[in-house]
Design a protein around this ligand. Sequence first.
Ligand code: NAD
Length: 387
Amino acid sequence: MKIGVPMEPEGETRVSIVPGSMKKLHKAGFEVLVESGAGVAANYSDSEYSDAGATVGKRSDVMSCEIIISIRMPEASELSKGQIVACVADPFRHPEKVKSCIDSGITLMSMDMIPRRLSRAQSMDVNSSQDNLAGYKAVLLGAAEVPRGIPMMTTSAGTVRPAKVVIMGSGVAGLQAIATAKRLGAVVYASDVRKSAAEQIESVGGRFIEVDGMDDFEDEAGYAKPLTPEFIQKVNDTVCEVASDADIIVTTARIFGRPAPITVPATAIKNFKSGAVVVDMNADVGGNCELTKAGEIHITDNGVIVVGTSNLPGTLANTASMLYSNNLTTFITSLVDKETGFQISEEDDILVGAPEGNDFHVPGMGGVLLCSDGKLHPKQTRLGGIL
Ligand SMILES: NC(=O)c1ccc[n+]([C@@H]2O[C@H](COP(=O)([O-])OP(=O)(O)OC[C@H]3O[C@@H](n4cnc5c(N)ncnc54)[C@H](O)[C@@H]3O)[C@@H](O)[C@H]2O)c1
């Protein structure tokens, strides 16, 4: 079977498959066609792809392969009935994309829907691989903007105290942000709405910001549940109070399938120090900070620098592409059976979700397989509710 690797749309610097993945894909029986220039923005040249055994060609040939692997969802107008597309479709934010695939008879696999806690899914989990890089880069952006040093320094001219960093949200990105800030020498405080995060925060060197009366807002899949407005207010008040004398604040909070929650209201920024930096990792999905401008860095009236850089994994395109490619290569080769060849099986938990009774079963949600044969997968009932 042929896999097509298209050039991503403008603004996306990553590429879905890198030359280093060719060997494993060929071994599994795939031929790979790469659009000329697809890897250039991520520092993978056409000649590296050809040397690794891929065919480098024009877009129309790539887009007519049986399987398309990309990061962003290609336009349905470029696809045809029966094709298989594996990408990050972000279906809760873009249900119309799923609808267009259903209408066009395309089989759509959205990698952000992977039942990630299944141990077999971990090496295919693009959310984790990309968020990890985003958390790291967010701290570096904060360190680059803040008008002071990060570590404690004892010099003949005097002693510099370590910077105070507050990380809001301690999932994959947040934990990496804590570890990165700690390695730079900061004193790091971190919040989450899941009690279970406290231990993880402490294990990477952070101090957990305890919120009075904290209930456990964790669902069966390990994601944060939607919170009550009263509790959100309480968390924001407590955490923003801790952040009022911080030098860098990194926001990473998310709730699966919903817009990013506001963790830094505009009123809180008024109490932050002049020169403090807020790095909003969710700038391109609504933002955690009320004053974030997506794709921009701006300074508020009271001197707080708000960083809304979009697509943080894309700012580390070389590494991010390599990890995404590893995830997708593991995923797509897992669908090849030695005897029967490439197969989309209804028994595969990664495709259709964990079975009922399993700890990782999430009612109303299947796995990465969103639609095929012109129909939404019957297990994607939560998604069906918004289509
Ligand atoms: N393979 C695995 O087992 C696996 C893989 C990935 C993640 N996980 C776990 O899943 C959980 C979620 O991680 P994620 O990276 O997907 O999270 P995410 O990207 O969905 O959200 C980021 C974090 O923001 C938190 N959050 C939501 N609202 C908040 C608020 N108002 N204030 C502060 N924090 C808020 C969430 O609880 C979460 O920890 C974590 O426990 C993570 O360790 C497990």
